[in-house]
Design a protein around this ligand. Sequence first.
Ligand code: CUA
Length: 332
Amino acid sequence: MGQAGRAIDDRYWRLAFVAITAVSLGACSSQQSALHPAGEQARDVADLFWFMTISGALVWCIVMGTAIYAVLGKKRPRSERFADRFVLIGGVVFPTVGLAALLVYGLSMLPSWTETEAPDLRIHVVAEQFWWRMAYEGADGVRIDTANELHLPLNATAEFVLTSTDVIHSFWIPSLGGKMDAIPGRTNVLRLTSSKAGVYRGVCAEFCGPSHALMAFPVVVHEADDFASWLEQQRRPAAASTGAGAEAFRAAGCGACHTVRGVSEAGSVGPDLTHFGSRRTLGAGTLPLTAAHLADWLVAPEHIKPGVRMPSFATLPDAERDAIVQFLLELK
Ligand code: CUA
């Protein structure tokens, strides 16, 4: 290979290194990171990760050190007794004790099968292609429907009751704990205890179709008082129920799929939009919620989220579409 060829080769490798580093560091944002725990169960996961990684690295160093010594070390005769002992300790005792210790430590992290304490709150989550139906169980047993955004009180244990209506999804908030599958015809239960206020990101962790990667949700952990007022606000019917926007919403048939309590309550196919304007994102974590994004979404939802069941409203006159956008954004 000539000098020029080698220079191009070098540049190629440098570029590849930068790209791989950037991609892996990009995954280190603390909004969605199992290594920046903001909950008790996530702390266990992070501890387990570091313990296993460091232990594995130690074993690797010992094995490589021995191998290098065997190849490069000074050759001198050893007694048969020494050789037997070396094999017995290094090959039998060390792996047995080491692996057993790692196994016991790992198993000690398994959640208890017999949970007796009641959780601080219970949230029913139904995963669908490609969004999350969420319902908070009130103290009076009444469910408060919402979608695609979780709010949790700080230092409290939430119990998630998970299922799915179509295919297998998986509910995962890396900053708060491990994941749990949402399976059609089955109910799984996951408990997570928050320990740090902030905004995190939950995702679907099981491939479920073309928009699997666009099935996320913001998770807001706030002080108990702030959470209580958020929940109280979610319990109320829609902020605006009359006006041109509400009329356009009804006339366009949006209510056939979406419920806006106080405006149109028959829709159960798509997400509940009663307090849609208070959410941070559009399309289950796909885009930040802005008027421009919402207008684009109404025109071509399929372009933003492949496989979405929502039809296009491109044929709607601009004025009506704008009125619907305004109406939805005002649903705080
Ligand atoms: Cu739902 Cu992946």
